[in-house]
Design a protein around this ligand. Structure first.
Ligand SMILES: Cc1cc2nc3c(=O)[nH]c(=O)nc-3n(C[C@H](O)[C@H](O)[C@H](O)COP(=O)(O)OP(=O)(O)OC[C@H]3O[C@@H](n4cnc5c(N)ncnc54)[C@H](O)[C@@H]3O)c2cc1C
Length: 479
């Protein structure tokens, strides 16, 4: 048996890091358990070290950004460069979206996505308003580690949580892959696929709900196993000589898994080169069919994709593949049925129509279904995520703070960005500590107090952003 904790958090991705920092800083004895050898989850292991524009990321993500800025060439903000939808006669064509480091942009400029009809139609809006953050993943992991240490979090890496003992909706202890057990008063599932919730028998769902289920206009008439698509991220770095990298034997030069090679979102990285996000590398059917072979097949696709880019777009001949992520990035897996399930109605209605008194995070990312039934439906204003989305139905001392939280499949596509996950984590960590202080179940956490505590931690819960918060962000970044 390991030493007991107040709060045990499983999964050290964006949600888990946010939850552990918040819980530790709130004074709870906090343990964070990660099965991979390094922390960071999708951001680090799948190489998604870009924060797309999104509202509401003013709490812990901003602190992480400020810490990254103390390290030379660790982080930068970016703007749109070229785009396949906006061809221009005076610039070489680009095979997707190019994002270029832009020193005129600050963090505050990365906090809006909503307000356009579509990227294709709104070039000027995108150029003026859509900016993001890009960072070096290993530096991010180091900074997050240091912040966790400072918050007094006990970190266990390289050990999976493989089960849990629960009775009457209350979890008592976790079983870890090294044979040990860990007792805690409260638990937060940040595994990305709700592994802990599933282990204790929570109701789970995977794939798309039918239109009947929540009346969502974009939902299919029948339930479907379709999920958002997957991508194996790769990094290219400048090379000394221009050439086309030869394909290894057995990898054909033409695209074999679809009609043509996918477009790419390429983001300039602070230490050079581009982070290459093929849109996508594999659809949901292939994810299911390939199983354990998914990464190897995606690796072959990466090599073919890169070869194609070098052949068709000569500028890429001056770059080499320097890194392929160790894990395929999965945008959507299982989700947990929570006390409230966020739906397309919340996303489309936005904060001005949502009648929830327990909103603990906001987002304005598009309904962004890569692949089948795909495309993006943009939002007109930010939408709020209620506390109840973090409370798995039928449980007492358990929360979920990851892309597996209480979202319909469509809502998940709009809520899943890394900074939003970190904000969910921040709310979960603080809320769990509050539940222990009040000796109450998670669903009885006084959310007016939680919202006040989040506001004190500079988390944006209203739209438009209050002037005081805007001023704080500006002065913290300037100073
Ligand atoms: C290809 C791709 C591109 C994306 N692009 C962007 C982008 O540009 N901008 C953006 O903001 N977001 C983007 N996203 C979305 C975003 O990166 C993810 O949704 C987000 O990082 C997920 O965070 P999370 O904390 O929910 O889960 P994860 O980061 O997946 O973390 C879950 C963690 O739990 C661990 N774990 C799982 N099971 C166990 C267990 N049993 N025991 C212990 N540990 C366990 C995992 O190892 C992992 O570290 C993208 C996603 C993908 C896949």
């Amino acid at each position: 048996m390991r030493q007991a904790a107040d709060i045990a958090i499983v999964g050290a991705g964006s949600g888990g890091i946010g939850a552990a920092l918040a819980a530790g800083r709130a004074g709870a004895r906090t343990v964070l358990i990660e099965r991979a050898p390094t922390i960071g989850g999708t951001v680090v292991r799948a190489g998604v070290s870009t924060w797309e524009p999104v509202a509401g990321a003013t709490g812990l993500p901003f602190e992480v950004y400020l810490r990254l800025r103390e390290i030379p060439r660790a982080v930068a903000c970016y703007s749109y460069g070229r785009h396949i939808c906006w061809p221009a006669s005076d610039r070489a064509p680009f095979p997707g979206g190019e994002h270029v480091i832009d020193p005129t942009v600050g963090y505050i400029d990365t906090l809006q996505r909503h307000g356009m009809t579509s990227l294709r139609e709104c070039e000027q809006f995108a150029r003026n308003t859509l900016h993001g953050v890009v960072f070096e993943p290993e530096v991010y992991a180091r900074v997050a580690y240091e912040m966790l240490q400072e918050a007094g979090v006990d970190l266990i890496t390289g050990v999976a949580a493989v089960g849990a003992e629960a009775r009457d909706g209350e979890i008592r202890r976790l079983r870890l892959a090294d044979g040990s057990r860990l007792e805690a008063a409260a638990f937060i599932d940040c595994t990305g696929d709700g592994a802990l919730c599933s282990a204790v028998g929570c109701e789970m769902i995977q794939g798309r709900e039918s239109r009947d289920q929540y009346g969502e206009p974009h939902a299919p008439p029948e339930p479907s196993p379709a999920t958002n698509a997957a991508t194996l991220i790769y990094r290219v770095m400048p090379a000394d000589e221009a050439r086309i990298e030869p394909l290894p034997p057995g990898i054909p030069p033409e695209c074999w898994w679809r009609e043509r090679f996918p477009a790419v979102s390429a983001v300039q990285a602070p230490r050079g080169g581009y982070i290459m996000n093929m849109l996508p590398s594999a659809g949901w059917r292939e994810i299911a069919a390939l199983g354990r072979d998914l990464r190897e097949e995606c690796r072959r696709r990466v090599l073919a994709h890169w070869h194609h880019l070098q052949r068709e777009y000569p500028e890429f001949r001056a770059y080499r593949i320097a890194w392929i992520a160790p894990e395929v990035g999965l945008r959507e897996e299982r989700r947990v049925i929570a006390d409230y399930v966020l739906t397309e109605h919340d996303l489309l209605g936005g904060l001005s129509t949502q009648d929830h008194s327990d909103i603990i995070a906001i987002t304005d990312h598009a309904m962004d279904l890569h692949g089948e039934g795909g495309g993006c439906s943009e939002l007109t204003e930010p939408c709020g995520v209620p506390w109840r989305c973090l409370v798995p139905r039928g449980t007492r001392n358990l929360l979920v703070a990851s892309r597996a939280a209480g979202f319909s499949s469509i809502a998940a596509s709009g809520c899943r960005l890394s900074r939003t996950m970190m904000q969910l984590g921040q709310a979960a960590g603080l809320g769990a500590a509050m539940a222990l202080d009040h000796a109450c179940d998670m669903r009885d956490v006084p959310t007016h107090l939680l919202r006040a505590a989040l506001a004190r931690e500079h988390v944006q819960l209203e739209h438009p952003m209050p002037d005081g918060l805007r001023e704080r962000l500006r002065s913290a970044e300037a100073g």
